[in-house]
Write a protein that binds this ligand. Structure first.
Ligand code: GAL
Length: 675
C-alpha cells in the first residue's frame, strides 16, 4: 500500500483555507470549523499566502493566530497540510530588498504586486524564505495535526536579473565545460552568433537572441534546475525539524509546460496538482474528461504511485472568459475521475470564499452566505461522505499499467521552438491525445512517462510526435523492442538529439532505423483544411498537417498515401526487430485511426472490463494491496448508459448488486468489485 501521509493514512478531503484573510471576523472562523465538520472535511492547506500575517515586519513573527487555528482544527479532528509562504512575499521584503523582484525579458524590474513572481536565485529571498520556513517547521512539525508540508504554491516563471544570468552561465559551464563545445551544441556559428566569452551569454529574449535553439532549450532547463534548487532549499528547511513529514508542491498538470515536472517530482515525496477543467464547455464533457484523465495519469506516473488532487473548484472558477457552474452531479463525477486515475484526495480551492480582491467570485465550499444551505455545499458534503466510504478500500491502492505513452516536456520545448516544417502548429498535445483516446475508451490503464523512465516494464510503448530524443533514449528503445516490446511512433519523432541538433545520416542506429526499418527522406506540410488520405483495415482516414515521405529498408508497408506526388508510398509501417515489433505512422492521423490501429497491433493488455464500453464512458482499474480489482465506471454523457460487465459485481458507492451490467444515469458513476 502506498501511504501518502503516514500520520493520517486516509483519503483527504478539504482544501485551501485562508483564515489570515478573516482574523477580524472571529465568528466567521468559528462557524467555518463547524461547517467543515458538516462537510466531512478532514484536512486543510493552511498559510499558503500568509507571510505578511506571519512576519508583519522583518524578523518580528506572529504565530498566535496560526497556533489558535491549528489547535481548533485539531480539536475538531481536521488535519493540516502546512504551507511555506514563499509564493507571495510581504511588502517590506520587496521594499527593502528590491533584488527579490523579478527582471523581465525586456530587462525591466517588476514592481511589488501579484504573486509567484520572485527571483529564485536571489540570496536574500532564499535567506528570508529559509528563516520563515525554519520558524514554521520548528514550531509546528511536532503538532499532531500537521501531516504534510505544502511547499510554496504553483512554482512557475523565470527571472533575468544579473544573479540569474550569472547562475545560467555557471550552469552552462558545468554542462559544456568549454565554449567550443557550447558553440558546437548550440550550432552558434550559424549567422555568426559564435560566443567568444561566457559573459556574452544572455537568456533568450525578443530584444536579443531568439534564433539559437540550443540556448532556448538550455534556458528552459536552467529555469527548471533553478526552481528545483530553490524548492530543495525550502524542503531542507522544513525537513530540518522533522524529516519524516512528507513534502509536496502543487503542480498545474500536464498542460503547463513551463517546468519539467518529472525533475521537480524527484525532489518531492508526494505529487499533487491543481485541476481546473472547463466542464460543460461546448466540446463536450467526454472530451474534457479524456484530456483531464491524461493529466491525472501523468501526475500519477511521475512517481508511479497515488497523487493528491490538491485543488479543484467546488463549482466555478473566476478566471476564465466564461465562468460556468458545475452542473449537479459534475463535481462528484470529476472527483471520481481523479480517484479512478490515481488520486487519493479531493481538495479544493477554496474552503471559504474570499470577500474582496481578485478571487472574491471564485467558488468555495463555504460561500459568502456562510451557510451550509447551498447546492455546492451539499455536493461537497456528498463527496466527503463518498470518500469516507472509499477510503478503506481505495486509499493507497495502485493503478497498474502495461502500456506507456512517452510525454517528454523537454521535447515539447524544442518542438515549440522548431521553425518549420509547420509553423502554423505542430499540436503536440493533440498528437498525444489522439493516441491516448484508445486506452481511455477501452478501459486500459496507461502510464504517461518521460524518456528517462524505465520502459522495460511495459509491453507497449507509444511515442506520439516525440521530436527530441535525450541521450541514451534510442538505446533503451532498441533494447525494449529487441526484448519483445511493441513500439508505436508517430510522425516527426526522433528528429533531434539531446541539444536539438538534427541526427545525421540516412539509416542510422542513432535514429533507430534498424529497429524501425525505414528512414525519412522528406516531410511535407499541409495547409489547415488540406488532407491526404490512407486506407487502413478497409477504412479511409484523412491525414493532415504533416506527411513524411519514407524510404523503407526492412519494414513492411501496412498502408500507403492516397494522393499527392507521394501517393502509394508508405504511410504506416511495421518492422520486426529481435522478438518485438516497431510500428510507425508517418502522418498526422485522426483519433479514429489510432482507435483501430492500436487495437490491431497492441499486444494483449489488461482491461478493466472485457466487454465493450460505450463512447463517453471511462473505465479504469485500481488494485488493492490484496489484489482486489476496483473498477471505476464513469459516464460523462448527460444520458443514461448501460455497460455490460461480463459478470456479477457490487457497486461500493451505492451498495447495489450489478448482475451482468450496470446502468448509469447521466453524470453517474460506480465503483465495482467482484461479488
Ligand atoms: C490556483 C492557485 C490558487 C487559486 C486558484 C484559483 O492556480 O494555486 O491559489 O488562485 O488557482 O482557481
Amino acid at each position: 500500500m502506498n501511504v501518502i501521509t503516514p500520520k493520517f493514512p486516509q483519503m483527504l478531503h478539504g482544501g485551501d483555507y485562508d483564515p489570515e484573510q478573516w482574523l477580524g471576523y472571529p465568528d466567521v472562523l468559528e462557524n467555518d470549523i463547524t461547517l467543515m465538520k458538516q462537510a466531512h472535511i478532514n484536512c486543510v492547506s493552511l498559510g499558503i499566502f500568509a507571510w505578511s500575517r506571519l512576519e508583519p515586519e522583518e524578523g518580528c513573527f506572529d504565530f498566535g493566530w496560526l497556533d489558535d487555528i491549528i489547535d481548533r482544527l485539531w480539536k475538531a479532528g481536521i488535519y493540516v497540510d502546512l504551507a511555506t509562504p514563499s509564493g507571495a512575499r510581504p511588502h517590506w521584503l520587496a521594499d527593502k530588498y528590491p533584488e527579490v523582484l523579478r527582471v523581465w525579458e525586456d530587462g525591466s524590474r517588476a514592481m511589488f504586486g501579484g504573486r509567484h513572481n520572485h527571483c529564485f536565485t536571489s540570496l536574500v529571498y532564499r535567506e528570508k524564505v529559509r528563516i520563515i520556513d525554519t520558524e514554521l517547521a520548528e514550531r509546528y512539525s511536532s503538532h499532531p495535526a500537521v501531516i504534510m508540508w505544502h511547499i510554496s504554491n504553483e512554482f512557475s516563471g523565470d527571472c533575468r536579473c544579473p544573479m540569474c544570468r550569472e547562475a545560467f552561465r555557471e550552469f552552462l559551464k558545468k554542462k559544456y565545460g568549454s565554449l567550443d563545445r557550447l558553440n558546437h551544441e548550440w550550432w552558434a556559428h550559424f549567422w555568426s552568433h559564435t560566443y567568444t566569452s561566457w559573459e556574452q551569454i544572455e537568456p533568450p529574449s525578443y530584444k536579443g537572441e531568439t534564433a539559437v535553439h540550443g540556448l532556448d532549450l538550455d534556458w528552459k532547463r536552467f529555469v527548471t534546475h533553478q526552481t528545483v534548487d530553490f524548492m530543495k532549499a525550502e524542503i531542507a528547511a522544513v525537513k530540518s525539524a522533522a524529516p519524516e513529514i512528507p513534502v509536496t508542491a502543487n503542480f498545474m498538470g500536464m498542460y503547463f509546460d513551463g517546468l519539467d515536472y518529472f525533475e521537480l517530482g524527484e525532489a518531492l515525496d508526494v505529487i499533487s496538482w491543481d485541476s481546473y477543467p472547463e466542464w460543460h464547455a461546448p466540446c463536450g464533457n467526454e472530451v474534457i474528461a479524456m484530456n483531464e484523465s491524461l493529466s491525472h495519469d501523468m501526475m500519477r506516473s511521475i512517481k508511479g504511485k497515488p497523487f493528491l488532487l490538491m485543488e479543484c473548484t467546488p463549482s466555478t472558477t473566476n478566471w476564465r472568459g466564461i465562468s460556468k457552474l458545475k452542473k449537479p452531479g459534475m463535481h462528484r463525477l470529476a472527483i471520481l475521475n481523479a480517484i479512478a486515475h490515481g488520486s487519493d484526495s479531493a481538495m479544493y480551492f477554496q474552503i471559504r470564499q474570499s470577500r474582496g480582491s481578485a478571487e472574491k467570485f471564485h467558488s468555495a465550499v463555504i460561500s459568502h452566505t456562510g451557510t451550509s444551505d447551498t447546492r455546492t455545499f451539499r455536493e461537497v458534503t456528498e463527496v466527503g461522505e463518498m470518500l469516507e466510504k472509499l477510503t478503506g478500500r481505495i486509499y493507497g491502492s495502485s493503478t497498474p499499467a502495461e502500456a506507456a505513452i512517452i510525454y517528454e516536456p523537454q521535447s515539447k520545448w524544442a518542438l515549440d521552438k522548431a521553425q518549420g516544417p509547420r509553423n502554423a502548429g505542430l499540436n503536440y498535445f493533440d498528437a498525444i491525445q489522439r493516441c491516448y483516446h484508445y486506452f481511455w475508451a477501452n478501459g486500459i490503464n496507461v502510464d504517461i512517462v518521460n524518456e528517462n523512465s524505465d520502459i522495460s516494464r511495459y509491453k507497449l510503448v507509444v511515442l506520439p510526435m516525440l521530436y527530441l530524443w535525450r541521450d541514451g533514449f534510442s538505446d533503451r528503445l532498441r533494447e525494449f523492442v529487441k526484448n519483445g516490446g511493441t513500439l508505436i511512433s508517430t510522425v516527426f519523432s526522433g528528429i533531434v538529439g539531446e541539444n536539438d541538433l538534427c541526427f545525421l545520416g540516412e539509416a542510422t542506429e542513432e535514429k533507430l532505423s534498424d529497429v524501425m526499418g525505414y528512414w525519412v527522406e522528406e516531410t511535407d506540410s499541409l495547409y489547415d483544411g488540406e488532407a491526404n488520405s490512407t486506407v487502413y483495415s478497409g477504412r479511409e482516414f484523412e491525414l493532415t498537417e504533416l506527411c513524411e515521405v519514407l524510404r523503407p529498408t526492412t519494414c513492411e508497408v501496412l498502408a500507403v498515401y492516397g494522393s499527392d506526388f507521394y501517393k502509394g508510398k508508405p504511410a504506416v509501417t511495421a518492422n520486426r526487430f529481435g522478438s518485438g515489433m516497431a510500428y510507425h505512422v508517418a502522418a498526422n492521423a485522426p483519433m479514429e485511426f489510432f482507435d483501430v490501429f492500436i487495437g490491431d497491433v497492441a499486444p494483449q493488455l489488461k482491461r478493466a472490463l472485457d466487454t465493450g464500453i460505450p463512447a463517453g464512458v471511462n473505465v479504469t482499474l485500481r488494485q488493492g494491496g490484496d489484489g482486489t480489482d476496483y473498477i471505476f465506471v464513469q459516464n460523462f454523457l448527460d444520458t443514461e448508459q448501460t455497460v455490460a460487465l461480463g459478470g456479477d459485481y457490487t457497486d461500493i458507492l451505492s451498495g447495489r448488486s450489478c448482475s451482468g451490467e450496470v446502468t448509469l444515469e447521466g453524470c453517474g458513476a460506480a465503483v465495482l468489485v467482484k461479488e
